[in-house]
Ligand binder design. Sequence first.
Ligand code: NAG
Length: 228
Amino acid sequence: MQVPALTLVILLALLSPTQPCLSEMNKVKDLLEVNCTGQALSAVPPDLPADTGILLLSDNCLESLSTTAFLPLSQLEDIDLANNGLVALHTGALLLSLKELTLSHNALVTLPILEGLPALTHLAVAHNSLETLAPGAFRTVSQLQNLDLRGNKMRQLPPEAFAGLRALRELDLSDNLLKELPKELLQDLQKLETLWLSGNQLKTLPTDFFPKGRLFMYSCGSASYALF
Ligand SMILES: *[C@@H]1O[C@H](CO)[C@@H](O)[C@H](O)[C@H]1NC(C)=O
């Protein structure tokens, strides 16, 4: 029995040679961009260039992932993990340079507390299956400027969902199942410029919903709110 099994392993190895991910300089961001898109990967390749700045891992099979996989990449600023069937993300490893994390089009039902990502400014978790957010869900990522939660299954949010997000400029909550929002939801969001709420089941917003001392305009058609 051992010989055929070994033969099969060799044959499989010959049939699917590991393709290295293509690397090239991203001239706009001045970072080395490594493209591992669509390679049926079930783990992060171990041999990525040490100076990887942008890592494209979308359209793979990374269903469960720990951010420790990115620890050797000390210049990593941007990770795209869209469309992987991701159900579990384990954070904790300290990734000091990571600014942008894309987790959109996955299968996350809950968002883990984002430990070890102190420099994160952009987070996209659009088109997952999030049902709600924990109070203080983003306290660990207080530099966040842009948060995309569009296209999830959130019916309600705790008043402290966005507590501590004092740098947040854009918040997208559109295409969820929200029926009402807590009055305190935007309390800490003193830099908020744009809030998208279309595609929910909201009839009204609480009085004094928007941070004090700010004018706002909104268009009913698109239900997006711009604050100045
Ligand atoms: C990455 O590679 C995929 C597949 O080869 C390709 O379709 C895509 O355009 C590449 N992306 C970038 C940003 O170069």
